[in-house]
Write a protein that binds this ligand. Structure first.
Ligand SMILES: NC(=O)c1ccc[n+]([C@@H]2O[C@H](COP(=O)([O-])OP(=O)(O)OC[C@H]3O[C@@H](n4cnc5c(N)ncnc54)[C@H](O)[C@@H]3O)[C@@H](O)[C@H]2O)c1
Ligand SMILES: O=C(O)C(=O)C[C@@H](O)[C@H](O)[C@H](O)COP(=O)(O)O
Ligand SMILES: [Zn+2]
Length: 380
């Protein structure tokens, strides 16, 4: 594998922090935890048990009291019950405000661990070690943490920026194709809202990325992936550095999520987040087009690029009422006013507030599997 240089992206804010991107970065972890930490809890799902144990043992070697806690896989872990279990672990081990949490896993793990760090003693340090593409380019950066409730996605949470993020690309060697592709959904989102070059790189490498071979991927594919991570992190860092608490600008990162989160809820979290966001982006693009903002060609570009990756762009046509009720609980909603991030053009996100119900229904018809356009569903 050709050399991939280590790069650092700084995220501005009250306590600025670095997102380090490269290979074999775990040696940087003690430095990010800081000198005051005595105890550390490594939170991980079972799929990352071996990596988490290596990290825990390395930290113990440096003199820290290092614990590990295994949590359920994927969205199963983002519950009040699992958060309660982790609060119990921290309490039993006497974690104080100078101790820390390390998350090792995908976005579900970083969201959960970040939330537990935000709430334990009203906030302790957390360092994220994201191991999926999605968590590297999005979830681990920016301090949005949270868990789900029966009513919807991420309905309980806090803004709690990490002390650092280590994007060790080595982790992607074992990532299943399915999850690599789901992560590309957020990469493409970042391209449409803020960096057209991302879309070009994805289009140039779509076949190899879709057919992800992990450790056996070609050098050029790894290089493309590294650049996609760097570019996506740079966009996210710029946005959250300017608007941590989503007073305005940060909403652009929610492109495709209003419908996407509703799909995840309706599907009881059996869809990967990135796949649901993929359909949500096509819906938002159609909404923008029907509202007279976005050219047909950009809507077509959504379908082309997402389809080329094997991501879904359609959804079953008989779930509108349920989806609508999920969308009413979206965090961008104000009172009864539904609000969507839409595009005027690539790189020019804007808002569509309180669209007419017929416009929403028309956009849904365009992404429905029984849509008159007859586009076939693409299962991920
Ligand atoms: N906080 C934010 O800003 C933000 C941003 C985007 C997404 N999210 C959240 O992130 C979550 C989705 O994250 P995700 O797509 O990473 O899913 P995930 O965390 O569920 O991980 C996907 C799967 O990959 C496995 N896995 C993780 N790393 C692996 C590796 N290196 N090798 C093999 N298997 C591995 C996990 O065990 C899991 O089965 C959602 O809950 C979403 O809401 C949060
Ligand atoms: O960082 C953000 O802000 C985002 O919106 C990024 C999204 O990709 C992410 O899925 C986020 O968790 C969604 O946030 P929510 O506030 O809609 O729950
Ligand atoms: Zn997302």
């Amino acid at each position: 594998m050709s050399t991939i240089e280590t790069t650092r992206v700084q995220v501005a804010g009250e306590s600025p922090y670095d997102v380090v991107i490269g290979r074999h970065l775990l040696g940087e972890l003690p430095g990010l935890l800081g000198p005051d930490v005595r105890r550390v809890l490594v939170i991980h799902p079972s799929s990352l048990a071996a990596t988490a144990e290596t990290i825990r043992a390395d930290l113990a070697q440096t003199g820290l009291e290092a614990f590990a806690a295994e949590v359920p896989d994927a969205e199963e872990s983002k519950t009040a019950q699992v958060a309660g279990f982790l609060w119990g672990v921290l309490g039993q081990a006497d974690f104080t405000r100078s101790d820390a949490i390390v998350s090792v896993g995908g976005g579900a793990t970083t969201d959960l661990a970040g939330f537990v760090a935000a709430t334990w003693l009203r906030g302790i340090r957390v360092v994220h070690v994201p191991t999926t593409l999605l968590a590297m380019v999005d979830a681990a950066v920016g301090g949005k943490t949270g868990i789900n409730t029966a009513e919807g996605k991420n309905l309980v949470g806090a803004f709690h920026p990490p002390a650092g993020v280590l994007c060790d690309l080595v982790a992607l060697e074992t990532l299943p194709r399915f999850d690599l592709v789901a992560g590309l959904g957020e990469v493409v989102k970042t391209g449409f809202i803020a960096d057209e070059r991302i879309l070009e790189i994805v289009a140039d490498h779509a076949a190899e990325l879709r057919d992800w071979k992990g450790a056996d991927a070609a050098d050029e594919t790894w290089a493309a992936l590294a650049e996609l991570v760097e570019r996506s992190v740079a966009v996210k860092a710029r946005v959250v550095g300017a608007d941590l608490k989503e007073a305005g600008l940060r909403e652009i990162l929610n492109y495709g999520h209003t419908l996407g989160h509703a799909i995840e809820l309706v599907e009881r979290y059996q869809w990967r987040h990135g796949a649901a966001v993929s359909v949500g982006m096509v819906f938002a693009a159609e909404l923008g087009r029907l509202a007279g903002k976005l050219d047909d060609s950009v809507v077509d570009r959504h379908r082309e690029i997402l389809t080329s990756l094997g991501l879904p762009t359609t959804y079953r046509g008989d779930r509108w009422e349920k989806l609508l009720s999920g969308m009413r609980r979206d965090k961008k909603t104000r009172g009864d006013l539904l609000r969507f991030v839409v595009l005027d053009a690539v790189g020019q996100p804007t808002r569509l507030e309180g669209p007419d119900p017929t416009l929403l229904a028309a956009a849904y018809a365009e992404i429905s599997e029984d849509a008159p356009t007859g586009r076939a569903p693409i299962a991920l």
